[in-house]
Design a protein around this ligand. Structure first.
Ligand code: GLC
Length: 447
């Protein structure tokens, strides 16, 4: 691949380009050209489009969110005693893999260690042996997860939090450098264990900051993320790494349940959010499950802007997913089994989305219009694609639709009654559609 000139975009430019509330985290990470993966090595991940995220750990015993230890100032000994109770009954990782498949995911990302420090694998590097092999279940859950995903044909991602509340040095890295150094040592050892033993496809960091101040990127002086990620890549040169270690990473991250609006973002990016309210990522009884229509529209809004969609579930202490969550994951999966050709292995475009009305995806000559508001769509014309023509239009899995081209553009007549939250119209073009001219953009985060 030839050298491409990188165009840098400041925060202000990004905002004006997006005109949206997309909020990419951890912008402005340390750069290292040597770590940048070429676009073609990220394509497999973009083609999969849909992932399932799982937050499960000692906090799942308490059911008050994964930040419970910190928020409630639970004393160290009291919280750590939970490790001996972390013994899921009648649980197999195949259940999660099955749910991910049923949801239509192509990859699954598991929290291997959250900020509380408890590690879900046989981790010699774990400070004070605070892990699921030494305590409680005496099981290697990361190993079981990796195995179950591979059997099910899912690509795997491992979430890892470098920071760890157990270390006073985390809260005062300059005052307690020796203790902070132990935390850093644990991080390097554990990342090495995770990559060298379980061979994940994705390394998903969260919490590369210090003392709950600043961002992942402002603590790079401490973590030395380039060194850390070079080590990880030495085991897998194609490992996909998110941007939250302080190094700029292979893709951008938008986190949370806010809506996605604005234009196509022609860089690899991922929205991660919860299938429930988003008040907690770990299990919370009675956390309401999001509405089906809302989820489908969210997915469509993400994919029509070029993003991946990573949806989190929080199993209970036994690793079980509640029936209402399973049901919703199944319903989304059913939708994807019917309309998935308009989502998987597509690119965003060729039409720019119109917020709340429609967006589009395409693969070669096939274009999929995702119409979210048929009434508003009826009053609109699509721009005529350059050097191209629309040969036919039909509802995906449905009848042919009338298309006409006038002075204002193309209009497509939808039937009186349209199915569900997203009406998918398949257009056949004369020639393959062109992806949005993808300049080599890099968002800097600078204002
Ligand atoms: C938020 C939560 C954190 C969770 C993460 C997932 O930052 O605070 O607990 O792990 O989202 O992206």
């Amino acid at each position: 691949m030839g050298e491409r000139k990188v165009r840098e975009m400041t925060g202000a430019e990004l905002q004006s380009m997006l005109k949206s509330n997309i909020n990419f985290k951890s912008l402005g990470g340390v750069r290292c050209e040597e770590l940048n993966l070429p676009a073609e090595d990220k394509r497999w991940w973009q083609d999969l489009r849909i992932g399932m995220f799982v937050h499960w750990g000692l906090y799942s015993i308490l059911g008050r969110g994964e930040w419970v230890r910190f928020n409630e100032k639970i004393p160290k000994e009291e919280y750590e005693a939970l490790a001996d109770e972390f013994i899921p009954q009648d649980f197999s990782m195949d259940e999660w893999a099955e749910i991910a498949k049923d949801f239509g995911a192509g990859y699954a990302v598991m929290v291997t260690k959250h900020h509380d420090g408890f590690s879900l694998w046989d981790s010699p590097g774990s400070y004070e042996g605070f892990n699921s092999m030494v305590h409680g279940a005496h099981r290697d859950f990361v190993g079981e997860f990796s195995e179950a995903c591979r059997k099910a044909g899912l690509r795997t991602g491992l979430y890892y939090s470098p920071m760890d509340w157990r270390f006073p040095g985390y809260f005062d890295p300059e005052g307690l450098p020796e203790n902070a150094a132990l935390m850093k040592k644990q991080c390097y050892a554990q990342v090495e264990e995770l990559i060298s033993r379980y061979h994940p496809d994705i390394l998903w960091y969260d919490g590369g900051w210090l003392a709950h101040k600043g961002s992942d990127t402002s603590s790079a002086w401490f973590w030395e993320p380039v060194k850390l990620n070079k080590m990880a890549r030495s085991y897998n040169p194609k490992l996909l790494i998110n941007p939250r270690s302080g190094w700029e990473g292979d893709f951008y991250c938008d986190e949370g349940s806010h809506e996605i609006k604005g234009k196509i973002i022609p860089v690899p990016w991922e929205k991660n959010m919860c299938v429930c309210s988003g008040n907690s990522w770990g299990w919370m009884p009675d956390d309401p499950v999001s509405d089906f229509d809302w989820l489908i529209r969210m997915m469509v809004n993400v994919v029509c802007r070029g993003g991946n969609w990573l949806v989190n579930i929080g199993p209970d202490r036994n690793g079980k997913i509640s029936p209402k969550i399973r049901q919703r994951m199944h319903e989304v999966g059913e939708w994807l089994r019917t309309y998935g050709e308009s989502i998987y292995a597509t690119q965003a475009g060729p039409f720019e989305p119109v917020d709340d009305v429609y967006g589009s995806t395409f693969r070669g000559k096939d274009v999929y219009l995702h119409v979210l508001d048929p009434a508003a769509f009826a009053g609109l014309c699509l721009p005529v694609p350059e050097n191209n023509e629309i040969c036919s239009a039909r509802l995906l899995n449905g009848p042919q639709l009338p298309v006409s081209t006038g002075a204002k553009g193309i209009s497509i007549r939808l039937p009186e009654r349209t199915p569900g939250p997203d009406t998918v119209v398949k257009l056949e073009l004369l020639r393959p559609a062109e992806p949005k001219a993808s300049e080599n953009i890099r968002f800097t985060g600078k204002e």
